[in-house]
Design a protein around this ligand. Structure first.
Ligand SMILES: Cc1cc2nc3c(=O)[nH]c(=O)nc-3n(C[C@H](O)[C@H](O)[C@H](O)COP(=O)(O)OP(=O)(O)OC[C@H]3O[C@@H](n4cnc5c(N)ncnc54)[C@H](O)[C@@H]3O)c2cc1C
Length: 402
C-alpha cells in the first residue's frame, strides 16, 4: 500500500528566518501564505503558543459578508470574498464556501432608515444589497415570524447575496496545507515571550518551547494575535488602543434544512445560520467586560434562545448541544489596526474584534505586500495605528455583529 504524503508538517523553529509571523490564526497564516506565493519569501516561520487556529480562527461562527458601515473598508471585504473562493481552489482544499446570502432584519422605522443608508453606501460601491419588505422576507425565509402579533416585530430587512459562510476548520487546515507546500515552517507550541529591538528596529523574538528558552532572529516580524494582540505588542513597548472582550456562541442539534441564509438582527444582537451539517449556529454581541478567560454563561444561552424563538417559533423543540467562547480585540472606533509600527521591521494586523474571520485572506494578502515591499497597499492606508493620535477614526463601531 502506497503511503500518502502528509498534508502538512509541524516543526521546531530554526534560529533564524527572513520573517517571523507571531500568531498561527488565519490572519497570520494568510500573511505567510501570500509572502510565499506573491513574493517568493519562503524562509518564514509561523509561531503559535498553542496550535494553528487555536484562537478566534476556529471559534467563530463562519459568517462572511461585505456590508459593514464604513465605506472606506468595504473594498477589503469585497476582496476577501473573492479570495476565499480563489484560495480554496488554489490549495486544493474544500473550504466549503457557501455564498447563501445574508439577511438583516429591521424591527422599527429607525432600523429601516439605517438599512437604507447602508444600502446606498454599498450600492455606490457596486456591492449587491436589496431592501426587502416583511412580505418579501417571508417568501425568502418561510420559518420567520413576520406576523403582526410577533413579540419581535419585523419592519423590513436587507438581502446581501454575496454574504454567506466558510467552514472555519477547513480554512485553517487548507492554509496549513498551502503553507507546507511553499515550505513555510508551521511551529505550534512556541510561546513568544519577548521581542528584541536594537537601534530602533526589530531583530528577533525570544520564546519558550517546552521548558526551553530559544532565540529566533528575524529582521521582519508580523503580529497577528487576535485577542492577545495587546499582550504581545506590549513586549515591543507598544500600547495598543485595544481592549479584549469575550464573545460567546452556541449550536443546536442537527435538523433538516429549513434556513438557507444567514439571518442577523442587529437590534437584538443575535444572528444564526444553519450549517451544511444541519445544526443551527447562533451568535450574539460581545460580553461587556474585559477578560482573557473563555467561559459560557446561562444568561447568554437563555437570551439567545429567547430571541431565536421569537423569530422562529417552530424551533421550540430544538436541543442546544454546545456553547463556546473566544477572545475579541476591540478598538475604540470598531475598525482594525493594520500597518507598520514605529519600530522598523515590526508590523501588526489586530483589532478585528468579532468580525475578522471574513477578512482573513484579504488581510493576509495586503499585509504580505506591506511586509515584503515596505509599501502600504491602498486598501489599508487608513487603518494604521497613527489614526488614533491624528483623530482620523474609521466609524465602524457597533454595526457589525458577525
Ligand atoms: C465566538 C466568536 C464568533 C465569531 N464569529 C465571527 C464571524 O461569524 N465572522 C467573522 O468574520 N468573525 C467572527 N469572529 C471573529 C474572528 O474569529 C476573529 O476576528 C479572527 O479569527 C481573528 O483571527 P486572527 O488570526 O487575527 O487571530 P486568532 O485566530 O485569535 O489567532 C491568534 C493566535 O495567536 C496565538 N498567540 C497568542 N499569544 C501568543 C504568543 N505569545 N506567542 C505565540 N502565539 C500566540 C494564539 O494561540 C492564537 O492561535 C468571531 C469570534 C468569536 C470569538
Amino acid at each position: 500500500m502506497a503511503l500518502k504524503k502528509p498534508l502538512w508538517k509541524f516543526c521546531e523553529p530554526n534560529r533564524s528566518y527572513d520573517a517571523v509571523v507571531i500568531g498561527g490564526g488565519l490572519h497570520g497564516m494568510a500573511a505567510a501564505y501570500y509572502l510565499a506565493r506573491d513574493f517568493g519569501m519562503t524562509n518564514v516561520a509561523v509561531l503559535d503558543r498553542r496550535r494553528m487556529g487555536y484562537g478566534g480562527s476556529s471559534r467563530n461562527t463562519e459568517v462572511i459578508r461585505a456590508n459593514q458601515r464604513a465605506p472606506e473598508i468595504l473594498p477589503l471585504y469585497v476582496q476577501s470574498i473573492r479570495l476565499w473562493n480563489e484560495l480554496s481552489a488554489e490549495v486544493e482544499w474544500n473550504f466549503m464556501v457557501w455564498m447563501k446570502g445574508l439577511i438583516g432584519l429591521a424591527h422599527n422605522a429607525a432600523g429601516v432608515n439605517s438599512m437604507r443608508m447602508r444600502h446606498a453606501t454599498q450600492t455606490n460601491l457596486g456591492i449587491e444589497n436589496h431592501i426587502l419588505s416583511p412580505e418579501e422576507l417571508k417568501k425568502l425565509i418561510p420559518a420567520l415570524d413576520t406576523s403582526r402579533s410577533a413579540a419581535i416585530p419585523i419592519a423590513g430587512g436587507y438581502y446581501h447575496p454575496p454574504g454567506g459562510t466558510v467552514h472555519h476548520d477547513a480554512a485553517v487546515w487548507g492554509l496549513m496545507k498551502g503553507l507546507h507546500r511553499h515550505g513555510v515552517h508551521l511551529c505550534p507550541g512556541v510561546d513568544v515571550r519577548s521581542i528584541s529591538i536594537k537601534n530602533g528596529r526589530v531583530n528577533g523574538v525570544e520564546a519558550k518551547v517546552g521548558g526551553n528558552k530559544i532565540t529566533i532572529s528575524a529582521p521582519l516580524i508580523h503580529m497577528a494575535l487576535g485577542g492577545w494582540s495587546s499582550e504581545v505588542a506590549a513586549m515591543a513597548g507598544i500600547t495598543l488602543p485595544v481592549v479584549t472582550l469575550p464573545l460567546q456562541a452556541m449550536v443546536t442539534e442537527c435538523v433538516k434544512p429549513f434556513l438557507n441564509h444567514v439571518v442577523v438582527s442587529e437590534l437584538y444582537f443575535c444572528y444564526c445560520q444553519q450549517s451544511i451539517k444541519g445544526d443551527l449556529i447562533m451568535g450574539a454581541h460581545l460580553d461587556p467586560w474585559q477578560s482573557y478567560r473563555s467561559y459560557n454563561t446561562y444568561e447568554f444561552a437563555a437570551e439567545q434562545a429567547y430571541f431565536m424563538l421569537q423569530l422562529f417559533p417552530d424551533l421550540a423543540h430544538l436541543k442546544l448541544m454546545r456553547s463556546w467562547s473566544g477572545l475579541c480585540d476591540m478598538t475604540v472606533d470598531g475598525a482594525p489596526i493594520m500597518g507598520a509600527l514605529p519600530i522598523e521591521g515590526l508590523f501588526i494586523d489586530a483589532g478585528w474584534g468579532y468580525f475578522g474571520f471574513k477578512a482573513s485572506p484579504a488581510c493576509g494578502k495586503n499585509m504580505a505586500e506591506l511586509i515584503a515591499t515596505g509599501r502600504t497597499p491602498e486598501k489599508i492606508t487608513f487603518l494604521g495605528m497613527e489614526r488614533f493620535y491624528e483623530g482620523r477614526m474609521v466609524p465602524e463601531v457597533y454595526i457589525a455583529r458577525s
